[in-house]
Design a protein around this ligand. Sequence first.
Ligand code: SAH
Length: 232
Amino acid sequence: MTFTAHILTLYPDMFPGPLEHSLSGKALDNEQWRIQLYPLRDYATDKHRSVDDTPAGGGAGMVLRADVLGRALDDVTAKAPQATRFLLSPRGTPLTQPHVRQMVHETDIIFVCGRFEGVDQRVIDTYDLQELSIGDYILSGGEIATLVVLDAIVRLLPGVMGNDQSGEQESFENGLVEHPHYTRPQIWKAQSIPDILLSGHHEKISQWRLAQSEQLTQQRRPDLWHKYSKKP
Ligand code: SAH
């Protein structure tokens, strides 16, 4: 089954955007995945096609209306009833590589892109939207966050990445950040490649890489190191 991303957005022209290029673009051309857009303005009913309104209780900014978003969600849910429904949101569960690995097994995923201050809470509750964050900072909308999540998913779809193994050796796959890489020229600006990498001794190379990964993780990501070093 082809993986389909159902995207609810005020800015449909932002898709596929950067995903049109490189491996994800090729995979899109080959129909290894699909994007289905649900432009939110199409679900507005008043003559101004308004999608947002002022927050109840006052305060800055605007909020996406429950009725407009609700109609869009009714539409997408009818088309993809089994799909997981995500709302991109800075207060959501932070996206991690194990999470991405799970998403790859789904055939349809719905992405609701927030804008302004966010969306009416009743929509989140009624449609059981799972809030998903791409990091502890604020973007101006959920579109770029959706592109980030999709990029992470699509590269793991079967047949998309040339060398299937390379997906398994990346940072986070084993709870560590990755070791350093080197390539030609062998000597560059008076610096040579570490001897071990030129030794042809695969087991020693693996050990060296693991040691480097562990050292970097310990230095840069004490949070990950803590989990890793506690593993049985
Ligand atoms: N008022 C909100 C931020 C709204 S930003 C708050 O303080 O939590 C507008 C929209 O951008 C959000 O509805 C969400 O869809 C998207 N967005 C912003 N930052 C994001 C992040 N870190 N991860 C995922 N989506 C984000």
